[in-house]
Design a protein around this ligand. Structure first.
Ligand SMILES: Cc1cc2nc3c(=O)[nH]c(=O)nc-3n(C[C@H](O)[C@H](O)[C@H](O)COP(=O)(O)O)c2cc1C
Length: 165
């Protein structure tokens, strides 16, 4: 996989500020990492630090029509994935650049791993459970598993995302 592009989609959820840990793990495995933050997640992450780490601009909005098309992802990890983005992804909503990438990925055959960080009050909601089932039925890997969507931020299992690619 050396040199392949891994898109890391980061949402506005608890562990977002530590996404550099996932970047380091991925780079150790030979991935070139592109960070895509949701607009809300920009308040959670250190953009200059991530740009220095990846050597690429953090992207958070759709390009203008006049701007060049970026290279296609070879794989996508959404981590941490918020309640909001998981539900929108399942419904086919594409109103952020991150969701636009996710919306197309299953149809393009791009592997997608989603690592939600959602508290117990939200993880038990019927819409969220339906979203997880829907995404899995389309081949999206939603981790870690039933009933385990709300670890403490410090315990967030970044390493699982790469293991399941
Ligand atoms: C400090 C703070 C922490 C939050 N933590 C979480 C979280 O851990 N998980 C989650 O699903 N939403 C969390 N939210 C709510 C999301 O940020 C909110 O739903 C937002 O609209 C998500 O946008 P996005 O999915 O485009 O990133 C948090 C909000 C704030 C202000």
């Amino acid at each position: 996989m050396v040199g392949k592009d891994l898109y890391v989609i980061v949402c506005a959820a608890g562990p977002a500020g530590d996404v550099g840990r996932l970047v380091a793990l991925a780079q150790d495995e030979g991935w070139t990492v592109q960070i895509v933050a949701t607009p809300s997640a920009l308040d959670f992450v250190d953009v200059p630090a991530l740009e220095a780490q990846t050597g690429r601009p953090v992207r958070s909005r759709y390009r203008k029509p006049s701007e060049p098309k970026p290279s296609r992802a070879d794989a996508i990890v959404a981590a941490p994935a918020s309640f909001n983005t998981v539900n929108k992804f399942a419904q086919g909503i594409a109103d952020t650049y991150a969701l636009g990438l996710l919306a197309e990925a299953p149809g393009l055959g791009i592997p997608v791993v989603v690592l939600p960080f959602v508290n117990g009050a939200l993880a038990g909601r019927a819409p969220f459970r339906r979203s997880v089932d829907q995404l899995r039925s389309e081949g999206v890997q939603v981790l870690p598993g039933d009933g385990e969507f709300y670890p403490q931020p410090a315990d967030f299992p970044w390493h699982l995302a790469l293991r399941h690619l």
